[in-house]
Design a protein around this ligand. Structure first.
Ligand SMILES: [Zn+2]
Ligand SMILES: [Zn+2]
Length: 390
C-alpha cells in the first residue's frame, strides 16, 4: 500500500489497493500524462477514440495558447473532429446555463468523444456536457490554476447560485508543462494558493479525526503532504515560470485532486480555507459580481485559517500540526499572490460574516466549528479582522 507514495503520477492510473485505514483506494482515471512538449502523447492517448468523431472545445485564449496546435496535430494524424471555440468577448466565461447550453448545441449525433483544451471553467463545462450526453471526455490542461482537473464534480453557476453537480472523471488528463508555464501569472498564483490550502485542510482533517472521530487515512495524508512539500521547495521559481517549478505545482495539483477520489471524501484537499473561499464566492455570485479565481481566495483563506489555528493553539488537542500564518504569507509573497481578504475585494463586514457562518455551508467539521463549540469563535474572528483590516 505504500507503493503509491513512491509512484510517479503517470503510473497512478488504475492503481488499487487495500489500505491500513480499512478502505480500498483506487485511481479511476485511465491516463495521466505530464511532461514537456507532449503533443505526440496527446494524439497517442486518444488513439482508442480514433474511429469516432471528436468535439474539441476551447475558448479564444486557450485556442491561441494550445488548442490550435492540438487540433492541427490531430487532423494531421487523421482524426475526425469538430472544433468549437467559445467567444466570450470581454465577459469572463462562466460555467452557467448559457455556456453549458452553448456547448451542448455543438454535440452532434455522431459526436463520440469530447476533448477540452482549457482550465477550470472549460473543463467544468465539458465535464457536465459529456456526462449528461453519455460520452467520455479528456482534458488538455492549459493552466496550473486549481486541483479540479481530476474531480468527479462540476462546479457550476445555475440560477445565479454556485452548485456542484455530480459528473464523471475524465478519461485522460494531459498537462504540457511547456504550455502551462506560459499561463497568466494570476492563474499560477491561484494554483499555488490551492496547493497551500492543503496545509490547513490536513490540519482540519487531523482535528476532525481527534475530536469527532472522523474517518482518516494516514497514507493519503502523507501522499498529499509529499506533493505539497515538493511544490513548496521549488516555489521560488514560479514567479520566473521556471519549468521544473511549474511541473512540481502541476504534480501537486493533480495529486491532491486524485486524493479526493482515493479517500472518497474531500478532506485531504479542502478544509476551513475552502469553506471561507466558498463563502466569498457564493456571496459574489449571488450579487452578480465577478469573484477572484478559486485558488486566489483559497490562498487568502489559508492565511486566515493559519491565524485562527494560532489563536486557538491553547485550546487545541495535542499534536495537531498547522502552518504558521507568517509562513503561509511569505510563501504567497514568493509568487506575488494576494494575502489579505481586502485584496480580494472582501469588506470587513463580509469577512466577519464569513468567519461566523462559513462552517454552516458545507457540513464539515473544521477549526471554525471547534472554536465555535469552545465559545471562542467570535472573539478570535474579531482579533483576526482587527489585524487584517487595520
Ligand atoms: Zn487509506
Ligand atoms: Zn480548491
Amino acid at each position: 500500500m505504500d507503493d503509491i507514495l513512491e509512484a510517479r503520477i503517470e503510473d497512478m492510473p488504475g492503481m488499487s489497493f487495500e489500505c491500513g485505514c480499512g478502505r480500498r483506494h483506487s485511481v479511476d482515471i485511465s491516463r495521466l500524462v505530464v511532461g514537456s512538449n507532449i503533443l505526440g502523447e496527446i494524439a497517442a492517448g486518444l488513439e482508442p477514440f480514433r474511429g469516432g468523431k471528436l468535439l474539441v472545445i476551447s475558448d479564444n485564449n486557450t485556442y491561441r495558447a494550445f488548442g490550435e496546435v492540438v487540433i492541427n496535430r490531430l487532423l494531421d494524424d487523421g482524426f475526425r473532429l469538430k472544433s468549437f471555440v467559445f467567444d466570450s468577448g470581454d465577459r469572463m466565461l462562466l460555467p452557467d446555463e448559457r455556456s453549458i447550453g452553448r456547448a451542448l448545441l455543438e454535440v452532434e449525433p455522431d459526436t463520440t468523444f469530447i476533448l477540452v483544451v482549457g482550465s477550470g471553467v472549460l473543463s467544468d463545462i465539458a465535464r457536465i456536457v459529456s456526462y449528461r450526453t453519455g460520452k467520455q471526455f479528456a482534458i488538455v490542461a492549459t493552466a496550473p490554476s486549481m486541483d479540479g482537473y481530476t474531480s468527479v464534480g462540476s462546479s457550476l453557476v445555475v440560477g445565479n447560485k454556485k452548485i456542484t453537480y455530480y459528473s464523471h472523471y475524465p478519461y485522460a488528463i494531459f498537462a504540457d508543462t511547456s504550455v502551462m508555464r506560459r499561463a497568466p501569472m494570476i492563474m499560477i498564483q491561484a494554483g499555488f494558493g490551492d496547493v497551500l490550502g492543503k496545509l490547513t485542510a490536513l490540519a482540519d482533517w487531523h482535528l476532525a479525526r481527534d475530536v469527532s472521530n472522523e474517518y482518516y487515512c494516514g497514507t493519503i495524508a502523507k501522499l498529499v503532504r509529499k506533493g505539497v512539500d515538493k511544490c513548496l521547495e521549488s516555489a521560488g521559481g514560479l514567479a520566473e515560470r521556471d519549468e521544473h517549478s511549474v511541473r512540481c505545482l502541476i504534480d501537486a495539483l493533480i495529486l491532491t485532486g486524485l486524493s479526493i477520489g482515493l479517500a472518497g471524501v474531500s478532506r485531504p484537499a479542502s478544509g476551513t480555507e475552502h469553506q471561507l473561499a466558498h463563502y466569498w464566492e457564493v456571496k459574489a455570485v449571488e450579487e452578480g459580481k465577478e469573484h477572484p479565481l478559486h485558488g486566489n481566495s483559497v490562498g487568502v483563506g489559508t492565511v486566515v485559517t493559519a491565524m485562527l489555528y494560532e489563536l486557538a493553539s491553547e485550546i487545541l488537542p495535542e499534536g495537531i500540526a498547522y502552518p504558521r500564518a507568517d509562513y503561509v504569507r511569505s510563501l504567497l509573497g514568493k509568487v506575488g499572490a494576494f494575502t489579505n481578504p481586502g485584496d480580494l475585494g472582501i469588506s470587513r463586514e463580509l469577512f466577519t460574516d464569513s468567519m461566523m457562518n462559513a462552517m454552516y455551508m458545507r457540513d464539515k467539521y473544521t477549526v471554525l466549528r471547534y472554536c465555535s463549540q469552545k465559545g471562542r469563535l467570535e472573539e478570535f474572528a474579531g482579533i483576526i479582522a482587527g489585524k487584517l483590516y487595520s
